[in-house]
Ligand binder design. Structure first.
Ligand code: CA
Length: 231
């Protein structure tokens, strides 16, 4: 089967980093489109049909956060990997809240970045099997429409939150270790920390649970990880 090459939008204002990324991604078989400021990034993200976006955060014209937020607001579902120079927790959580799928901290190794790109592009493929619709509490999750409703109202989930919830539904009643969840949802090449998983779970709980502090659906299994139950 001949597979169309996957297209990556690189958003980066530092010329040297842009050139290095472009060269390496092309060598790895990807098609590359580029933007070096916020408005260009938005235009390419909305019109350039990228399969994935590598998004620098400190950009002229508009921050990467803002670009990410607007792309998601306009319904763009492609994976977004943030390139961040700063390491503090606030940035990561803020990035995930805005709909980023992963991040790498500069300076990064190209090998690690390529592994993350592959992992993020592979995610969600396991969602093509099994039931297409799950009901729990007041919620209905529709995998084909990629829509979650709670009490009949649509709930906005980031791509990662959606994939994670779908995975929990498909593994109802099983105690799942954090490693297992991260491998299955993020792919075996994921380098993230267990704390990022916990932060995704926290934001999912805030969206689906009546009382996120005493959850009824996404339960913590002490010393193991999580277990999803419908009731
Ligand atoms: Ca920059």
């Amino acid at each position: 089967m001949i597979k169309e090459r996957q297209r990556i939008l690189i958003v980066e204002d530092e010329q040297a980093i842009m050139l290095g990324l472009e060269e390496n991604l092309k060598a790895a078989g990807y098609e590359v489109i580029k933007a070096s400021n916020g408005p260009q990034a938005l235009k390419q993200g909305l019109e350039g049909r990228p399969d994935l976006v590598l998004l620098d955060l400190m950009l002229p014209g508009m921050s990467g956060y803002e670009v990410c937020r607007i792309l998601r607001e306009r319904g763009m579902q492609m994976p977004i990997i943030m390139l961040t120079a700063r390491q503090d927790e606030f940035d990561k959580l803020h990035g995930f809240e805005l709909g980023a799928d992963d991040y790498v901290t500069k300076p990064f190794s190209i090998k690690e970045l390529l592994a993350r790109i592959r992992a993020v592009l592979q995610r969600g493929r396991s969602l093509t099997q099994g039931p297409r619709r799950y009901e729990f509490g007041d919620c209905i999750l529709d995998l084909d429409a990629r829509v979650l409703t709670k009490k009949g109202q649509a709930v906005t989930l980031t791509r990662t939150e959606f994939d994670l919830l779908a995975y929990f539904c498909q593994n109802e009643g099983k105690a799942l270790s954090r490693d297992q969840v991260m491998n299955d949802v993020w792919g075996t090449q994921y380098f993230g920390t267990q704390r990022s998983l916990d932060s995704f779970v926290a934001s999912l709980r805030a969206k689906i649970e009546d009382k996120p502090s005493s959850p009824r659906h996404i339960l913590t299994v002490r010393g193991v990880g999580y277990k999803f139950v419908r009731e």
